[in-house]
Design a protein around this ligand. Structure first.
Ligand code: FAD
Length: 463
């Protein structure tokens, strides 16, 4: 396994990655991108085991409800790179199972790859979302045929791919790009039905990074985003060769959807579990700021916080239900329940803005206008700023100002904006969760209940 320092060094591998108009020579040494590398390095150090064939504990495939719960709780505490690597491995294992009967050779390649990746202790990021061009048209019917990643050449020893995958979290900080179709393909879309593993430093891979990371000099004013941020990669495959052993799908459009669907479950489970702590933090901030403002016993404030905590409880309940109702596959792997996972993730994403609205309503304008911590320390004016930011003997100005900075950073500034859009879009968008929820909902049961309520039992089974 690699240590954090070995991981940092491993990123200096000739990869072609850009940030704010310039080439990044060494991602680990970049002042902004390096912050994410440091989080990744901490993940490496945390799970480091010097034993020759050791595999990170975060990789464990759960085999029971208890083990699934342990993994979910563990992954709540790990850095994003560690988490997406796990989700990718689980996705590939799921997909291997599902394509085994039709494409046994491809399933073998997947399993061989997983063993190798675990031994090399690499980090994998997930390239699913294509640039997509005109959304109303099929991949094969675009003005520009490269709007979905496709195979442009087949050779004896592999394939050449072209296209772009957008919004790829931490793409420049991992070692491998798990490149899979964004959706199901149809006959005639064989070239678009491609799943493969691409090293980040493969010739022709170009990544443009974007991030909300604060450029402010004092991290105390950005207590959350200055420590953790995830640059997204705009990943371009400019005719990239992929060797045969790393190609998991080539043609077979009927199987293209298997990969994204397999990923969706793990991605949304991760999204749901981080939403649980996200919701709890919003409730906590609402209560703390109401106490700091002297309003914790005021009726309308209590009502808003009650509504917030009921939502937080429902999100936690859906995570619990997803784990508790997990399904054990023939291989003995525990999979979270699809309906509870998707419905919970949907509810959390759809109601995030309501939670933030209540918090902003309760907190007041200082969420945006509280002076910087350095102003509170200023010799001339600091004592006055602290005095007026304080509210009572037990609530000093520094404490209350720090609360406001955390709330602004989390919900009302660049990171807050990232959070708002990410909750809606990451993991496939609200629409995707509605589709999957509908697919797994027992509609026949619901119809039966309705007919029973209406005393129309004779129609049960007929409609
Ligand atoms: C911060 C962040 C991190 C992300 N990380 C990753 C990642 O690591 N890997 C990855 O692969 N992706 C990632 N994503 C991408 C995410 O999965 C997509 O943003 C999401 O699937 C929506 O795709 P889109 O952005 O292209 O929007 P669009 O597809 O343009 O969707 C916009 C709206 O149009 C609707 N729409 C689109 N097409 C149709 C159609 N044919 N018919 C009807 N309605 C349609 C959608 O339902 C939606 O309401 C990330 C996104 C964000 C914001």
């Amino acid at each position: 396994m690699m240590t954090g320092d070995q991981y940092r060094a491993s990123l200096n591998d000739g990869r072609e990655t850009y940030f704010e108009g310039r080439v990044v020579e060494d991602v680990a040494k970049d002042p902004i991108l390096g912050i994410t590398v440091n989080s990744g390095a901490q993940g490496y150090d945390r799970f480091y085991d010097p034993a020759p064939n050791a595999i990170g504990a975060f990789m464990k495939v759960p085999g029971s409800t208890e083990e699934l719960r342990e993994q979910v709780e563990l992954h709540e505490t790990v850095d994003l790179l560690t988490h997406v690597t796990y989700a990718s491995i689980m996705t590939l294992l799921t997909a291997a199972d599902r394509i085994e009967s039709t494409l046994p050779e491809n399933a073998r390649r997947i399993r061989t790859y997983i063993k190798d990746a675990q031994q090399r202790d690499v980090r994998i990021t997930q390239c699913i979302t294509d640039s997509k061009g005109d959304r109303s048209r099929r991949p094969s019917n675009q003005d520009d045929p490269d709007q979905y990643v496709r195979i442009v050449e087949r050779r004896d020893d592999g394939i050449v791919i072209r296209g772009a995958k957008l919004h790829i979290s931490a793409a420049s900080m991992g070692h491998e790009l798990m490149t899979i179709p964004t959706k199901s393909m149809k006959p005639g879309e064989e070239d678009y039905s491609v799943a493969c593993m691409v090293p980040v430093n493969a010739p022709g891979v170009k990544i443009i990074n974007t991030t909300y990371a604060p450029r402010h000099e004092d991290p105390r004013d950005f207590p959350i985003s200055s420590r953790h941020h995830t640059p997204e990669g705009f990943v371009i495959f400019d005719d990239v060769f992929v060797e045969k052993e790393r190609v998991f799908l080539d043609a077979n459009p009927e199987l293209a959807g298997v990969f994204a669907h397999s990923l969706g479950l793990w991605e949304r489970l991760g999204g749901l579990s981080s939403m649980v702590s996200g919701y709890e933090a919003l409730v906590g901030f609402a209560q703390l700021v109401s106490e700091a403002n002297g309003l914790e016993r005021t009726g309308h404030i209590k009502e808003k916080i009650s509504e917030m905590l009921i939502n937080a409880t429902l999100i936690r309940a859906s995570l619990e239900a997803a784990i508790e109702n997990c399904h054990i596959t023939s291989d003995g792997a525990a999979f979270p329940d699809e309906l509870y996972t998707n419905a919970g993730k949907y509810h959390g994403a759809a109601n995030w803005s309501m939670m933030v609205r209540h918090l902003h309503d309760i907190g007041g304008g200082a969420i945006l206008t509280a002076p910087g911590i350095a102003d509170l320390e200023n010799q001339q004016v600091g004592h006055l700023a602290r005095k007026y930011m304080g509210t009572m003997q037990s609530v000093d100005g520094i404490y209350r100002t720090r609360l406001f900075h955390a709330i602004r950073d989390l919900t009302a500034d660049a990171y807050g904006g990232w959070n708002a859009v990410t909750n809606i879009q990451a993991g496939g968008g609200l629409y995707a969760q509605r589709i999957v929820s509908r697919l797994h909902y027992d509609m026949d049961h619901a119809k039966k209940v309705a007919l029973q309520k209406a005393h129309m039992d004779e129609y049960i089974g007929q409609v």
